[in-house]
Every structure is written in C-alpha cells, then in structure tokens.
Design a protein around this ligand. Structure first.
Ligand code: GLC
Length: 728
C-alpha cells in the first residue's frame, strides 16, 4: 500500500467487463467461440481498446465476464505490464456451476436445489464450482443470491432459495462455505458474494429493481438473517448491494445497510462490489443524485468499495479525495481488502492458469454425479392421482413426448450459456435411455417457447391419440442468450400461467383420453389450477441442470423415489401475490370472492412414492424459563412399500406477543431416509433462538407465553402435529 499512489489504490476499486476485442485477438488462437452475449456488454459503455489500455496502465483492479482461460490469461498478462504488476481479480456469475463457461457442470438452479432442503449437497456443488472456476482462471463468484422471494412474478425467483429465512440462510451459508472454504477464503477456492442486499425479492409491482418497502420488523426477521449469517457464520468476503431502493434510500447509497448494519453491527470484514452500473443509476433511475460525481461520492461514502464497470469512476474519486471530500483512509480501507483477497487467493504468486494442467478438472465424472444427485433431490412430485406414478417402463409400447422443454437446454435455467449437446441430458434423452423397448415419438417445439406452430400443436394432438402414454414437458425458458426468455434476470411476468400456447398443447394432448403426465421445467412457481384439476400426475422438474432429464426419467419410471419439497408457495393465480406460508394471523381473516383463497401448493409440500406417519411430538420439558431450552422429539414411520427420504419440518408459533407473529415459522428441518416399515426418532432443540422475535424496543426478545410446536412433512396444517410449550 505504501508503494501505491492514490490513483493506483483507487484503481483497485475499478472493475470492468473483459473486453471482447481481447477475446477476438485470443480467438485467432482458436479459443472457444461458442460464447455469446459478451459483445453487447463491452461495446455499450467503453470501447474494448480502452479497457485493455486501462488494464496495462494499472487502472483496473478486476474484470468480469471473461469466458475462456485464454482470455483470462491475456487479461493477466496485460496487468503484468503495469508499474506494480498487481494481478486482476476475475469475477463471474457462477450461479449454479460456472455456467457462463462452455463445458462446465451445470447444477440445478437455486430454487431447484433449495427443494432438496440439503445444505451439504449445496455446499458440495459450491466446492466443485470453485474447482471449475479456478481451472478456468476465475477467482470470484457473484453468488449466492440470498434474497427472500415473496413475489414469483420476479424473474430472479429461480436464482433465489425461496421464501423462507431459515432455509435461505442455511443454504446461503452452505454455498459460501463450499465456494470459499469452511473458515474464510482458502487459497485454491474462490471469493463468494452475498447478494443482493436487499429486498429484490419483493419488488413493488413485480418488476426487477422496483422499490422495496418493509418495516424494521420485516427487515430484521425476514430479509437480513441470510446476510447476517453469511457474514458471521460463513465469513463471506464480498457483498453486493441491490438495484432497488429500500424505504426511500437506494441500496447503493444506503449507509444504514452497508455501514451501520453490515460493518458496525455484523462486523463484515471484506469488501462490497456495486451491481452493474448501479451507482450511475442513482442518477438515471433513482433520481437520487443529480450528477455522476455525486453518485460516485455518495456510494463510496455509504460503503461501496468497488465499482462494477463504466468510465469516470477512478477520475471522480481521485478528485474527491484531493478536494478532501473523501478521506484517503476510506480509499485505503477498500484497496486493502481488495489486495487482501488477491493475496489470499495466491494471485500474486501466480495469476495465470496452465490450461493443460487444469483443463481436466471441468465436468468430471464426480461433478456430474453431484449434479445428478442434486437433480434427483430437487425434483418435487406435486400430484400423483391413483398412484399412476411410477410408470412401468415395460408397460408402454408407444410413448409420445411433446412440449418446448422436452428436448432443450432450457432445463439449465438462467446464467447458463450454450453447453455442448453431449453434456446435457434432456427429458427426452432421459426417457429414451430408460424406455429402450418402447417406440418413442416426439414433437418438441424446441426453438421458441412463446411461438409454437399451431399446426404442430394439432399434429401433437393427433399423435397423442395413437400413443399409450403422453408426456408433456412445458414451463419456462430462462436461457439468457435466447430471445424467447420467459424467466430469469429482467424477465418478470404479469401472470404465472404457461407462456405462449403451452396450455393449449397440454389441453389438446389431455383430450386424447390417453394417460397424460405433466413435467414442469420452470424457474418460478407457475399457477396451473386447470392442470391440478385434470392431469393425474404433475412433476416440478424446475431447472435441474446437466443431468436433469436423467433424474426426471428415473423418477417417472420409479428408479428414484422423489423427495423434494417446495421452497416457495405456488399461488392459485397471480392475483393471490403476495402469498406465503409464514403469514400473520390477520392475512386470511376474510376470503376472496369468486375464487379459492388458499395456495395451489404450499411451502414445504412434496409427495413421495411411499407414505410417512408422524407421532405426536413430545417435549422434554413442557415449561421452560425464557432463557431456557428444551427438546421436541417425534417418531417418523415409513408406512409404505418402498424406501424413501422424508424432509421433516419443525414450525413454531408464538401464540400471543407484543408484536403480531406469523401463524408458523420454519425453525428446523432434516432429511431422514427410512426403509418400508422403519421408524426413526427425530429430535430438535428449542432454544431462545427458535423462540425470539424483534421487539418494539429494537432488540431480539423472548416473551413469556405459550408457543405452538408443530412437526410434519409440509407447512400445511393437515400435515402437522403439535404440542404446546409454555415459557415463563
Ligand atoms: C447483474 C446482476 C448481478 C450480476 C451482475 C454481473 O446486473 O444484478 O447479480 O452479478 O450484473 O453480471
């Protein structure tokens, strides 16, 4: 630091997109050309030459969206031309695997893997993603998205772990530890990034970046816990503020969030990175700052340490320091943390990647197996009338598969660029692999999910009549390089029905009168009450990644028993939004006119090919002091004919309190595997942590009174058994 000029220190706070022109140069050496999407990025603000020159002049601390090892090595060699030869931090949106990199292992998206309620599995996917990132020369994952999502119109629902603070917190901590290591950043791993702080999952009106309004209670009890744990338990090294404002103050200029809470209260000891030109948006979008200089100043003073892409930041901040408006100590704090990250990651010793040595660490059999296991545990069986599932693969001579998601890379979801065909098992391929004797026919509409040819739909209806079994694979398209996207970043919707003519296809296939199975591949809850009424079996396959089709086929034909449970509520229709399980008692004191009031499918709900029974829960002590603790125990029995894994859930309600409390809150969960007829005892501790709430004095408190302790296989009242704990 002492060797560095003020400019060089501020340069560490500057991140730019990796210039496509460097990639063009590199592409002459035959680097991967299948990447797309970068051209639109680099050219819109700075010319690629500018960025290359800045790097060589020591004016850049980090780059993002470099997609090949060759390009990364070129960027690092440019940085070696600067006076102090400080290596670059290379960041990338590795959201469920290093998906912007061709050939990477693509794990299920966050909403998908959240259905596993399996932190260890999430951690493992993070650890493997870090291996594939470092093998590609990348050091920083802009992940996890630990926002609480209560509005499925939001396109980034699929990028979140859902609506519940405990589940989001546990999976966020797990993913950060997988990416960084168990106790801070390890040399061979990557930085994680807790994002976006906060409130993006409750955008007013459902559109990304819209204002979020919340009480101090909601802030403290719903939206902050994942960030608090990310800092205190997982030692996340970076945090990214959200696009939106919270209660009138844009997150990128919100010192209450970024300084008072994040640093002063939580002790955050890393650095923050702005989101994509969101500091400039303080002027253009929020009308919060009158000039760009003012926006840069307010952001840095509020606690933003690094600027993601765009001109003028360096010059503006240097000027503000020279004018005494920003202290050099503030710059030192930011630069020190950014340099510390580079030392922790070993970049000063070696910023380059030896592609010969590293290339075989990507898409390895072990990583593929993790992706397959994650897909198997992510899939949720929503309906199975008369146990039509599992299907017997030998019972059907003619199977007809149809739908725009049947044989398409849409199964990968957002933040995944085009992958080699041989790396992706679609539903069609998965079924063909299992049903080797059957004649399989298909019309897959794979090119455009929103514009399906009506003639083809009619042809599909005819084929459905001739088949013994129809499998309809519909839902969303989250692929950001396709123009027919229906979910994903900046792809918010004003309804939750099947996009385009998919519903028409489903109904026409159904009217064939032949058995029809519905597979949803979606990155958000879809509201399909007609399907729930008419289709005998419905599987939520989410965006289950490289091996999704294999896992879905294994579940359809009974090789795997589904275990997934919903991490987010499925509304009857968009008119019910916001609807979530942990609601206050007064939320449904009245009913809708002309419509059902309850959700289509509840948080924590998911079926199995076996059944489970729960005993009445028993408390070790029925009465405790308010600083005391007890344990709730209950037996779970597999009352069916085949082995299964049940996600047991503990919910608690503080029955009467000085601030209104939710009717139930998830306070623990676990996955237990049971053979047919087997019984296991499950015990969960109940401590002040499970009983407390954020009170009117602005402190976490446990109030004396009665608490309803509920255990079961979903958040639905009919699935829960309860007992009462008294706190003195
Ligand atoms: C986007 C997203 C953010 C992502 C960043 C870089 O705008 O909001 O999550 O990490 O830009 O791609």
């Amino acid at each position: 630091m002492d060797q560095m000029t003020l400019e060089e220190k501020v340069a560490q706070m500057c991140q730019y997109v990796a210039p496509n022109h460097i990639r063009d140069n590199v592409s002459k050496k035959g680097a991967d050309k299948s990447m797309s999407g970068i051209d639109a990025i680099a050219s819109d603000v700075l010319s690629s030459n500018d960025i290359a020159r800045k790097i060589a002049a020591g004016e850049v601390g980090s780059c993002l969206h470099a997609f090949t090892v060759d390009e990364v090595n070129v960027l690092q060699s440019l940085a070696q031309r600067s006076r102090l030869k400080i290596p670059l931090l290379i960041g990338v949106d590795a959201i469920h695997g290093n998906g912007l990199h061709s050939g990477a292992t693509i794990y299920p998206t966050a909403i998908s893997i959240a259905s596993s309620f399996n932190p260890e599995l999430v951690k493992k996917s993070g650890r493997e993603t870090a291996v594939e990132m470092r093998a590609s020369g990348m050091h920083w994952a802009f992940n996890p998205n630990i926002e609480i999502t209560r509005d499925p119109r939001w396109g980034r629902t699929g990028e979140s772990f859902g609506e519940d603070p405990l589940l989001v917190t546990r999976l966020g901590v797990a993913l950060i530890k997988g990416l960084q290591g168990d106790n801070g950043v390890e040399k061979d791993k990557v930085l994680a990034c807790a994002k976006h702080m906060l409130g993006g999952g409750i955008p007013t009106g459902g559109i990304n970046a819209a204002p979020a309004e919340m009480s101090e209670y909601s802030l403290r009890e719903l939206y902050l816990p994942p960030f608090e744990a990310a800092v205190k338990e997982a030692k996340v090294f970076t945090v990214m503020p959200a696009h939106n404002e919270v209660n009138g103050i844009p997150c990128h200029a919100n010192s209450y969030l970024l300084q008072t809470i994040l640093r002063d209260e939580y002790g955050f000891d890393g650095f923050t990175i702005s989101d994509w030109m969101d500091i400039e948006r303080l002027v253009s979008m929020h009308r919060f700052a009158a000039t760009e200089d003012e926006a840069f100043y307010l952001s840095v003073q509020a606690g933003v340490d690094m600027h993601m892409h765009g001109p003028n930041f360096l010059e503006s901040i240097v000027k503000a320091v020279k004018e005494g408006r920003i202290s050099e100590e503030r710059i030192n704090k930011a630069a020190r943390k950014i340099l510390e990250a580079k030392f922790l990651l070993g970049l000063f010793e070696n910023p380059f990647v030896d592609v010969k040595k590293e290339g075989n660490k990507i898409f390895t059999p072990e990583h593929q197996q993790t992706a397959l296991e994650a897909a198997r545990q992510s899939i949720v069986l929503l309906k199975n009338e008369n146990n039509i599932l599992p299907l017997n693969s030998k019972s059907y001579k003619k199977i007809f598969i149809t739908g725009p998601n049947a044989n398409s890379q849409t199964i990968l979801g957002d933040w995944a660029f085009l992958q080699p065909e041989e790396n992706v098992v679609t539903v069609y391929k998965g079924i063909k692999d299992i049903c080797k004797e059957a004649q399989i026919d298909s019309i897959c509409f794979s090119t455009n999910i929103t514009k399906m040819d009506p003639l083809l739909i009619d042809q599909a209806a005819e084929k459905a009549k001739e088949a013994d079994l129809n499998i309809v694979v519909v839902g969303d398209n989250g692929l950001r390089y396709r123009s027919d996207r229906t979910n994903g970043e900046n792809t918010d919707r004003d309804n939750l029905e099947l996009p385009g003519r998919q519903q028409e296809l489903l109904e026409k296939v159904y009217t064939s009168g032949k058995p029809t199975i519905l597979i949803l591949l979606s990155g958000r809850p879809l509201s399909l009450p007609w399907a729930d009424q008419n289709i005998p079996a419905i599987v939520e396959g989410w965006e289950s990644g490289s091996k999704g089709g294999q896992a879905i086929a294994e579940i359809l034909f009974g090789e795997v028993n589904p275990s997934g449970k919903l991490p987010i509520t499925f509304p009857q229709n968009v008119g019910q939004v916001q609807t979530f399980y942990n609601h206050k008692a007064s939320q449904y004191s009245r009913r809708f006119a002309l419509a059902k009031t309850g959700p289509l499918y509840s948080f924590g709900y998911g079926l199995s090919y076996t059944t489970y029974s729960y005993s009445e829960p028993v408390l070790a002590q029925n009465t405790i002091r308010k600083d005391g603790k007890t344990t709730v125990s209950f037996d779970v029995t597999n009352t069916g004919q085949r082995e299964g894994t049940e996600i047991v859930q503990l919910y608690i309600q503080d029955e009467y309190a000085s601030v209104t409390r939710p009717v139930k809150e998830l306070k623990n969960f676990d996955r237990i595997t049971l053979k047919p007829g087997e019984t296991k005892k499950v015990s969960f501790d109940i401590t002040p942590k499970e009983l407390q709430f954020f009170g009117t004095e602005g402190k976490w408190i446990v109030e004396p009174g009665t608490f309803k302790i509920m255990v079961g296989g979903s958040s639905r009242d009919q699935d829960l058994k309860s007992t009462i704990l008294t706190v003195n």
